[in-house]
Design a protein around this ligand. Structure first.
Ligand code: AMP
Length: 224
């Protein structure tokens, strides 16, 4: 059982790393952003409610994302653990998550915070291409798809997310600074926080994360 959340600004690599670790540990990656984007694509009531806020780079209301996570945690595949990517993003979400886990008799094992300088974030986000079908991401310069403009795994035409455009990127970084950055202080006293340098190749960053988790596994339980 491994219950882990990723913290970090947009573009820090939360999606990339949580997908890799989900495979490595055979537990589901739960991305609130991916779930919301799917709802927008389907035009469901949830998607209609969230679209304008997401396109503008603003957070959707806490109650909306809390309900999404509650439902995802109740699924059978989350019984062996989960990697939360993009949630919690506010202190109110963090306390809601604590309550959800307590009700299930579970706790967080790790909070992995990815640390990346702002100029690298802006470069990653502005060059990012996303597959609207499976959520995989590429970068025009550093990680291009095998065939230009097409997803490697299902050939779906890649798109630039509306919120990867410059105005929305600025607002997302501001939302992160104002609402999400404080979460490291929320988790620090529990001894579960691991801050990892998020610059370099995906393999480099994954290696750092895995060794930080391993050091801790050999040093004793994550929660004193
Ligand atoms: P992401 O894919 O994690 O960058 O999320 C994309 C957008 O979805 C965010 O800019 C928000 O509009 C919305 N979103 C995703 N997760 C959350 C969350 N935990 N709280 C509020 N809004 C969220």
């Amino acid at each position: 059982m491994l219950n882990l959340i990723f913290l970090g600004p947009p573009g820090a690599g939360k999606g990339t790393q949580s997908q890799r670790l989900a495979q490595r540990f055979a537990i589901p990656q739960l991305s609130t952003g991916d779930i919301l984007r799917r709802a927008v694509a389907e035009g469901s009531p949830l998607g209609k409610q969230a679209k304008a806020l997401m396109d503008a780079g603003k957070l959707v209301p806490d109650e909306v994302v809390n309900a999404i996570v509650e439902e995802a945690l109740a699924r059978p595949e989350a019984r062996r653990g989960f990697l939360l990517d993009g949630y919690p993003r506010t202190v109110a979400q963090a306390t809601a998550l604590d309550e959800m886990l307590a009700r299930r008799g579970r706790k967080l094992d790790y909070v992995v915070s990815l640390d990346v300088p702002v100029e690298v974030l802006v470069d990653r986000l502005s060059g990012r291409l996303t597959c609207p079908k499976d959520g995989s991401t590429y970068h025009a310069r550093t990680n291009p798809p095998k065939r230009p403009g097409l997803c490697d795994s299902d050939s779906t035409p890649l798109v630039q997310r509306p919120d990867d455009q410059p105005g929305a990127v600025r607002r997302r970084l501001a939302e992160y600074q104002n609402k999400t950055a404080l979460l490291t202080d929320y988790y620090k006293p529990r001894g579960v926080l691991r801050t990892i340098e998020g610059v370099g190749t995906p393999e480099d960053v994954e290696g750092r994360i895995v060794s930080a988790l391993r050091d801790n596994l050999t040093a004793g339980p994550a929660n004193p």
